[in-house]
Design a protein around this ligand. Structure first.
Ligand code: RIB
Ligand code: CA
Length: 340
């Protein structure tokens, strides 16, 4: 089910801070947030994950500029997990440039002076109760923000993450999804904090995909659509081998943005108790969601605070393609810069 604007905001767009480890699907998420009238994108944070934080920052800056939104501040965030363990990246999924090896190689704009965690806090304080934090990479920045500002849960409207897997299998281990697996200690802190949390995990993001038909449609749009069609090529190749046996790729991060904005309304999303497993055994990084009420229509649970999205309409992919295809031309050059 899709809706144009979330009713309880009386038609006003949602103020959103989007925290990304900007690879291919994050780029689509930033574009969606920058272009959709249901979202007021007030800041972007970058974090390590798909790629190193420098590359993620560069890609976030490039994307907001491409979308004609250079005024959106982009803040650089954490370079590795909370524990100080070495960071591991997913260049094989997103390309060495995080843009499917099809990026421009150009640096556009500069990050702001504050860190991504500081930016979250500043924006939450500037608009108490109005800002939704949407985090679609490892949750390191958000955990750091919580450490710096323990009252943050009272200052934001809520937190929506792309991450975790309630009933679906993991995509790094049998049970762990990548964003949670990268920094389980940070994720555990985010799941423990007393804010309304929405988990948009692999249960739905593996079922909403783009195929070659969508790529063709994107390529027929303006230069933004053409760019997105280009960066999806390598990404689809990864999913063909690792997941689907055919050229199709997950939208992942866009779903979290759209669920937060109310432009994608889940058809099943119980609010339950949930926590992140941080032990060193084979279940490290698992999101354990108490879904035992499933056979009774999910009756109210004491202490439940995590809305776990279990079903959404896969046709949402069409709406994403429509938005990007009709976005027109990039505000910055998209030809590949010659490397010295
Ligand atoms: O598991 C998918 C998630 O990991 C997505 O957010 C993707 O961008 C990577 O960060
Ligand atoms: Ca991501």
């Amino acid at each position: 089910m899709t809706a144009d604007l979330r009713a309880d905001r009386a038609g006003r767009p949602l103020k959103m801070v989007l925290d990304c480890d900007t690879g291919v699907d994050d780029t689509l998420a930033i574009l969606y947030a920058a272009l959709h009238p249901a979202v007021e994108l007030v800041g972007v944070g970058s974090v390590w994950g798909n790629v190193d934080v420098e590359t993620a920052t560069r890609n976030s800056l490039h994307t907001v500029h491409m979308a004609g939104r250079p005024e959106v501040p982009v803040a650089r965030g954490a370079a590795g997990p909370l524990t100080g363990a070495p960071a591991v990246f997913a260049y094989h999924v997103h390309g060495r440039d995080g843009q499917g090896n099809a990026g421009t190689g150009r640096t556009v704009g500069e990050p702001v002076a504050e860190t991504a965690a500081e930016q979250i806090i500043r924006l939450a304080r500037a608009h108490p109760g109005e800002v939704e934090v949407v985090a679609v990479g490892p949750l390191t920045n958000l955990a750091l923000a919580l450490g710096l500002c323990p009252e943050l849960p009272e200052l934001v409207s809520g937190v929506t993450i792309m991450g975790g897997a309630a009933l679906a299998p993991g995509n790094v281990t049998e049970v762990a999804e990548a964003n949670i697996w990268c920094d389980p200690e940070a994720a555990a802190a985010v799941f423990r904090a007393p804010w309304p949390l929405t988990m948009v995990g692999l249960d739905v993001t593996m079922r909403t995909t783009l195929d070659e038909g969508h790529r063709t449609r994107l390529a027929a749009g303006g230069t933004i659509g053409g760019y997105v069609a280009g960066i999806l090529d390598h990404y689809m190749g990864f999913f063909a081998e690792a997941a689907f046996g055919e050229r199709r790729s997950c939208l992942h991060d866009v779903l979290a943005v759209a669920v937060a904005a109310g432009t994608l309304v889940p058809t099943l999303a119980p609010t339950v108790r949930a926590y992140v497993e941080t032990g060193d055994g084979p279940t490290r990084g698992q999101t354990v969601c108490d879904l035992r009420g499933m056979y009774m229509g999910f009756p109210t649970q004491d202490g439940a605070r995590c809305r776990v999205v279990l079903e959404t309409d896969p046709a949402f992919a069409e709406a994403v393609v429509d938005l990007i295809q009709t976005a027109g031309d990039s505000a910055v050059p998209l030809d590949r810069e010659e490397q010295a």
